[in-house]
Design a protein around this ligand. Structure first.
Ligand code: MIC
Ligand code: SF4
Length: 757
């Protein structure tokens, strides 16, 4: 049975009128992305056309989803918003805080013990405010959302960058920081700069060893990790409609890795099939009744260059399986070239572990195709050379694959089945005990989405390559990074050369999905009597204090905290893994602030100069020393600063410790918004080369901050240690209301004032 059917019907009831009106104001045929955006304007019926990449627009998303690691901050903020209940359907999913060590059962018991305080907090806040709660073990947020909540033409936001997975069911689903989620939960408009539109035409069809994952690995190669910033990617063509709905989910999921605001596909028969298979025939029927509005107008796909800002074409018939990595998701190598490329780069060829599953790739189709390869191990008398693990995306998938004997098949090749949770994808993989920091140089392959340094197991010397579940399984069987299953043979236990046959699977379970306990707890009708308790002595949870506005006087005489060199993702700014336990305690988690960022002056991590004592020390300690002395600081960074996660901790921690401004060559979208929401200055160099001009001992004066206005760059006087000065210009993208957030100390302070008045 579908959740929130009345809400979905309401969206569809007004969809057609809004789309027709939008077509009139825009004056031309519409892409799907435009239809969904214009159908979700806060002001209702579209009255004007918006400029892509320029205009800030208020939207009214249909729903919100939060995962445990980000929900804590989101809900701690929501508790300050002064609302009795969430204004739109909202869910919380416990998935990130579950460590993968032994196997699903034991790991879940341990997680329930070690994180029970946090799970209890999330459950009681959910009950109080009318939020649906998915308990630990129920599954990974995005898979659970796809199975239960996503619907064609809908718009949702979620406090996780891979919320974009919902595009697989034809949604506009966007990852945000918790403060953005608070806006929508509090019944207010949600603001987004109207995105640019990238069209990806998929011609031909997938076959053999190639899978949907390879489409997005190729897109990452073409667009790079920042090429999708500020854009919605819309896929279309024969290759799109011939692909499964969950395959589309995989492609949309990893759109986060190219920085895209989101990705989506037009409604088609695969979505109808998936909705029915997941017990949502009513949603499929409702979607079918408005289906012409749930995909682009025909002219758009016939002449994409006239409607999208950029068009990419990928021929699926000739597309090869790829492996992307190490250390970045956009370094793409076709499997046929891996032998040569790996040798050139001296990547270890021996593969220690193959990991399949995660929110990106754990559909029934993925698992059944991988299982068809595992089955050949026995049939062909092979021996699996690498360790092999499976992380199912949801209890529904896990239960169904167990029922269908697929888990037994994997067990026969010695696999470990981890809990239905993030586990090894987010540093919650206890692979080395406390020896991760200087672990051995080694190669792993996985079907997850991210592969930044230390991401999976905390070992900086682990080289992680991202591939399809099929390719990962084949490589794990062979034990070699350069194994190309389409052309290479394997030596079996009888000394014979054998080839693996191409993977085969089922788009959907032939016997249907099944589950005993999906893990959902519905909130009570009236939760007003529920008391949410936070122990003041807790090391995991801390009630929030409102941020105090940063005064203009404090922006004079500022010091440099760190000039970050090269890639600085949210994992570098606020590391995950062991630090996930402090996600609900701002002061404790602040002790990891920027400890992964590389200091441009000495190329070391967590080793920066304290200009007051002239000594070098860790970033958090140095920053606390500046704070103690009442000195504000700034952080300087390179391109795509804050790439990766939606975690607003990467903004709240520096804010809490007294950093006032971040100046970089360019930002990742979510992080830039997070900084603005927390009342900080998020700026970009007008002249990129000014990055080089910043010295370790510099002092900064924001000379015209009193005149902080939309569209007007700020001037910053940089005083060097020898007394010489430079004035550099910094661009910003603040509109008038965002400048208010800065002036009031945070967006939440503004909401609070509005709720009180
Ligand atoms: C990730 O994949 O990086 C995460 C962990 O899911 C994050 C959220 C977080 O940091 O809690 C994300 O993608 O937003
Ligand atoms: Fe979890 Fe990894 Fe998916 Fe993030 S990308 S939601 S950590 S499985």
């Amino acid at each position: 049975m579908a959740f929130d059917l009345d809400m979905i019907q309401k969206v569809y009831a007004q969809f057609g009128d809004r789309v027709n009106k939008a077509r009139e104001v825009v004056g031309k045929p519409l892409t799907l992305a435009e239809k969904i955006l214009y159908a979700h304007l806060w002001d209702g019926i579209p009255a004007q056309a918006y400029q892509r990449g320029k205009d800030y627009v208020d939207f009214a998303p249909d729903r919100v989803a939060c995962q445990d690691a980000t929900a804590q901050m989101a809900l701690l903020q929501f508790m300050h918003a002064g609302k009795p209940k969430v204004a739109v359907p909202t869910t919380v999913h416990c998935d990130h805080l579950i460590q993968a060590k032994v196997g699903a059962k034991e790991d879940l018991v341990r997680a329930n013990k070690t994180s029970n305080e946090v799970f209890d907090f999330l459950e009681s806040v959910s009950n109080k405010y009318g939020i649906g709660f998915w308990k630990p073990g129920a599954g990974i947020i995005h898979q659970v959302v796809l199975e239960n909540y996503a619907f064609p033409g809908g718009m949702m936001i979620g406090t996780d960058s891979h919320t974009v997975n919902g595009g697989g069911l034809g949604m506009v689903a966007i990852g945000v920081g918790g403060a953005d989620a608070v806006d929508v939960m509090a019944g207010m408009a949600w603001e987004l700069k109207f995105p640019k539109l990238i069209g990806v035409k998929l011609s031909g069809t997938l076959s053999g060893w190639t899978s949907p994952k390879d489409v997005i690995l190729k897109v990452a190669d073409i667009l790079t990790a920042k090429g999708g910033t500020g854009a919605i990617i819309e896929y279309f063509g024969e290759g799109a409609t011939s692909m499964s709905c969950t395959g589309k989910g995989t492609i949309c999921n990893m759109g986060a890795e190219v920085g895209a605001t989101t990705s989506t596909f037009g409604y088609d028969a695969s979505m109808d099939r998936y909705l029915r298979a997941t017990d949502r025939s009513e949603v499929a029927d409702a979607a079918n009744a408005v289906k012409e509005h749930l995909t682009a107008d025909p002219e758009v796909y016939a002449h994409p260059e006239s409607y999208f800002d950029q068009v990419i074409e990928i021929d699926l018939t000739t597309l090869e399986p790829h492996l992307n990595g190490p250390f970045t998701p956009d370094l793409s190598t076709p499997i046929s070239k891996m032998s040569e490329v790996a040798r050139k780069n001296d990547w270890p060829l021996n593969v220690e572990v193959g990991l399949i599953g995660s929110c990106t790739n754990s559909s029934y189709e993925d698992i059944s195709r991988a299982a068809s390869l595992a089955r050949q191990v026995k049939d062909k008398n092979l021996k699996t050379q690498s360790k092999f693990t499976i992380t199912p995306g949801s209890e529904q998938v896990r239960y169904t694959i167990e029922r269908d004997g697929l888990i037994d098949t994997f067990n026969e090749i010695g696999a470990t089945v981890f809990a239905n949770a993030c586990g090894p994808c987010i540093g919650m993989w206890d692979r080395y005990g406390d020896k991760a920091a200087d672990g051995p140089r080694n190669t792993i392959v996985h079907s997850f989405n991210r592969n930044f340094a230390k991401r999976a197991d905390g070992n900086p010397n682990t080289l992680a390559f991202v591939g399809s579940p099929e390719l990962v399984t084949a490589i794990a069987i062979a034990g070699r990074l350069d194994f190309n299953p389409a052309t290479d043979s394997l030596l079996n236990e009888d000394g014979q050369e054998v080839m693996l046959e191409e993977p085969r699977g089922y788009e959907l379970p032939p016997e249907g999905f099944d589950v005993e306990d999906a893990g959902f707890i519905a909130p009570p009708e009236d939760g007003s009597g529920i008391d949410v308790k936070v122990d003041p002595a807790s090391e995991r949870l801390q009630l929030l204090e409102p941020f105090v506005p940063i005064k203009n006087e404090e922006l004079q005489g500022m010091k440099l905290l760190i000039k970050a060199f090269g890639k600085c993702t949210t994992d570098h700014i606020s590391m995950a893994g062991p630090w996930l336990r402090y996600r609900g305690h701002l002061d404790n988690i602040a002790n990891n602030t920027l400890i992964g960022a590389v200091n441009a002056y000495n190329k070391k991590t967590n080793f920066v100069k304290n200009q007051l004592s002239e000594e070098y020390g860790g970033v958090p300690d140095t920053q606390r020393a500046y704070k103690l002395n009442g000195i504000r600081t700034l952080v300087v960074g390179d391109h795509n600063y804050g790439e990766g996660s939606s975690r607003e901790h990467a903004a709240m921690q520096p804010r809490h410790l007294g950093v006032a401004a971040v100046i970089v060559k360019s930002f990742a979208r979510i992080h830039e918004t997070n900084l603005k929401k927390q009342g900080m200055l998020a700026l970009t160099f007008v002249n990129e080369n000014d990055y080089d001009l910043i010295q370790e001992d510099d002092t900064f004066n924001f000379v015209d901050i009193a005149d902080f206005t939309p569209g007007k760059p700020l001037s910053i006087e940089v005083v060097h240690a020898d007394g010489t000065k430079d004035v550099i210009m910094a661009n910003h993208t603040y509109n008038a209301s965002q400048i208010e957030w800065f002036k009031e100390g945070s967006a939440l302070n503004v909401i609070k004032q509005e709720s009180a008045s």
